[in-house]
Design a binder for this molecule. Structure first.
Ligand code: UT7
Length: 339
């Protein structure tokens, strides 16, 4: 089931990060006025205190474009230098064209090949690995990899089981092909593992709005085009798969848990993150968490957290950083970086 790549195969480095979170803050207190919930329940069960909600006139491509501009500024590259844009999202602006093509136009990356990928909350790490393969093959040199979501458009605001969990936001990285010999290049991706289990598609999904279940006047009221999740089952699989993937990615990089300076996990639930840290034997200070401020932004959580960890100085050049994600599909992935 796992399809690991050889660590020596791809030599590419993250040379800049950026993120953009919408201004509007929706607190637990605000939600308790919409559905039967409380700050106490949401905080103890999820660790989430607030999330960001995009404005009505902000599409996923707007969030993605701003994160991309910030990443390009950090990397010191121009839009013309970008020759590949891969966007991970489950909330594209529209079915087609891809959100990546829309972002291309917005940021003026006229030389880029652009497409979206769908792997839910694992999407950013899937996209990063896809982009690395393009770079390694020598057909592209400088890529923008973006995780961007406007999940507020997929939330059933009458369902307390899910509406308290999700938020909007975007994170981006610029990656560039590195010399095989330059093993000390900062931001280098050392290893990646990925996995999927399509037998479990029904545990976390948006069942309607696609070709299997188009929205009709008859089914619209039951809101099939919103997030449906078996929370407890998803929780268990998330912990198991993210621990396994972390260990495999470390092994592939020839490293051990003791080498980790920081884990940046998918931000779905503070209890999941704590459980992973405990199983990996890592103290809280080596586990990056911002789920309290943003909730679960699906494909955006890891690039946003990576950007914040870098800007806050929580990760430093040379640190071993472990990224790990889990999402609908089910899908999971982990990457080890030498920051
Ligand atoms: O990003 C992709 C991966 N996603 C995840 O990994 C999410 C995984 N799942 C979770 O994080 C957790 O399962 C949830 C946060 C979604 C739910 O937490 P839980 O501890 O598993 O609660 P539960 O679903 O078992 O529900 C416990 C109780 C239920 O009431 P009863 O049946 O015990 O009377 C729910 O109805 O809590 C109730 N409940 C709520 N109460 C107040 C569910 N949502 C709420 C709410 N406020 N918002």
């Amino acid at each position: 089931m796992l399809t690991p790549s050889s660590p020596s195969f791809c030599a590419s480095s993250i040379i800049g990060t950026g993120s953009y979170m919408p201004e509007k803050v929706l607190t637990n207190e605000d939600l308790s006025k919409i559905v039967d919930t409380s700050d106490e329940w949401i905080t103890t069960r999820t660790g989430i205190k607030e999330r960001r909600i995009a404005a009505d006139d902000q599409a996923t491509s707007d969030l993605a474009s701003e994160a991309a501009r910030r990443a390009m500024t950090a990397a010191g590259v121009t839009a013309e230098e970008i020759d590949l844009i891969v966007i991970a999202t489950v909330t594209p602006d529209m079915f087609f064209p891809s959100t990546a093509c829309i972002v291309q136009r917005k940021i003026g990356a006229t030389n880029a090949v652009c497409f979206d990928i769908s792997a839910a909350c694992s999407g950013f790490l899937y996209a990063l690995q896809i982009a690395r393969h393009f770079l390694n093959a020598g057909t592209r040199a400088t890529a923008l990899v973006i995780g961007a979501e406007k999940l507020s458009t997929l939330v059933n605001w009458q369902d307390r089981n899910t509406c308290v969990l999700f938020g909007d936001g975007a994170g981006a990285v610029v990656i560039r092909r590195a010399e095989e010999t330059d093993v000390e290049a900062p931001g280098r991706v050392l290893s990646t593992v990925m996995g999927s289990d399509g037998n479990l598609v029904d545990l976390l999904k948006v069942p309607g709005g696609g070709s299997a279940c188009p929205i009709t006047p008859e089914n619209a009221l039951s809101r099939p085009n919103t997030i449906h999740m078996e929370g407890r089952e998803t929780f268990k699989h998330a912990v198991t798969r993210m621990c396994q993937a972390s260990e495999q990615a470390l092994e592939m990089a020839g490293l051990s848990k003791e080498d980790i300076a920081m884990v940046i996990p998918h931000q779905a639930n503070a209890r999941i993150i704590t459980a992973i840290a405990e199983r990996l034997g890592l103290p809280p200070e080596k586990t990056f968490m911002n789920v309290d401020h943003y909730g679960n932004t699906s494909a955006a959580t890891i690039p946003v957290a990576l950007d914040e960890a870098h800007r806050q100085g929580a990760i430093k050049r040379g640190d071993i950083v472990l990224l790990v994600a889990f999402g609908g599909g089910f899908t999971w992935a982990s990457s080890v970086l030498r920051w």
